[in-house]
Design a protein around this ligand. Structure first.
Ligand code: PGA
Length: 258
């Protein structure tokens, strides 16, 4: 089964309107080379309207880096699904390790966010669920146990039909922003585990779920990672702030189709 390659830019708390125009222009220029890859940009939420204007006619999707699980109310500083959706987001990242570690995204909240996103109407949003082990957990041989626990908690109430709106990003915490990429075999092993786990829980529905690798992916490391059977694309932090590098990574994902 051929899944469409997918590359998601996670700008984190970086970027501005100038970089929005620059990256949008670079994507437009290369559009013909990116016919078979889905590109999603997750800027800081306040930049979503600028991005929405820039890519209105283009085949670029937008995403939010996070959203609150409640519909509205007294949640100072938070954004609802309705708001990010109105601002153009089709995707929402959930459970990024920085949110798990620094901003109180517990397993319970992550499960609530996944549920809220998948039942959000009328717009259908997609969840990008991030999972990953810490360096010490890998050293202890617990990688698979940690990933399984994160998947089981986050997807506890997700049906096979809803799984069609889920993307999973494997991001080893020790590789995020550190320059230490997992090697293609390490990444493939975990991706194969995730694919098998999904298959056990969801049977045929598991085949369509894009599995992304994230953690210091650069233009030079992307081709070998994306050549692996179960790596359908990437979640890109630092390199998504450099239009040339990001475009090279998108082309490497596109190469999965040729
Ligand atoms: P990085 O970030 O590419 O800068 O390591 C990836 C991520 O955190 O999504």
């Amino acid at each position: 089964m051929q899944r469409q390659p997918l590359v998601i830019a996670n700008w984190k708390m970086n970027g501005n309107r100038l970089l929005t125009s620059q990256l949008a222009a670079a994507l437009r220029e290369q559009a013909a080379l990116l016919n078979d890859v889905d590109v999603v940009i997750c800027p800081p939420a306040v930049l979503l309207p600028s991005w929405q204007q820039e890519v209105f006619y283009d085949a670029v999707h937008l995403g939010a880096q996070d959203a609150n699980e409640h519909a509205a109310g007294a949640h100072t500083g938070e954004h609802s699904l309705q708001l990010v959706s109105e601002a153009g987001a089709d995707y929402v990242l959930v459970g990024h390790s920085e949110r798990r570690q620094l901003y109180g995204d517990s397993a319970v909240r992550i499960q609530a966010k996944v549920a809220a996103i998948l039942t959000h109407a009328p717009q259908q949003l997609k969840v990008v669920l991030c999972v990953g082990e810490q360096e010490q957990e890998r050293a202890n041989g617990d990688t698979v146990k940690v990933i399984e626990g994160q998947l089981a908690e986050a997807l506890a109430n997700v049906s096979a039909a809803q799984l069609a709106h889920v993307v999973i990003a494997y991001e080893p915490v020790w590789a995020i922003g550190t320059g230490k990429t997992a090697n293609p075999q390490q990444a493939q092993d975990v991706h194969a585990f995730i694919r098998n786990w999904l298959q056990q829980q969801y049977d045929a529905a598991a085949k369509t779920v894009p599995l992304l690798y994230g953690g210091s992916v650069k233009a030079d490391s992307a081709p070998a990672l994306f050549a692996e059977t179960d790596i359908d694309g990437g979640l890109i932090g630092g390199a998504s702030l450099e239009p040339e590098a990001f475009l090279a990574i998108c082309r490497a994902a596109q190469a999965r189709r040729s």
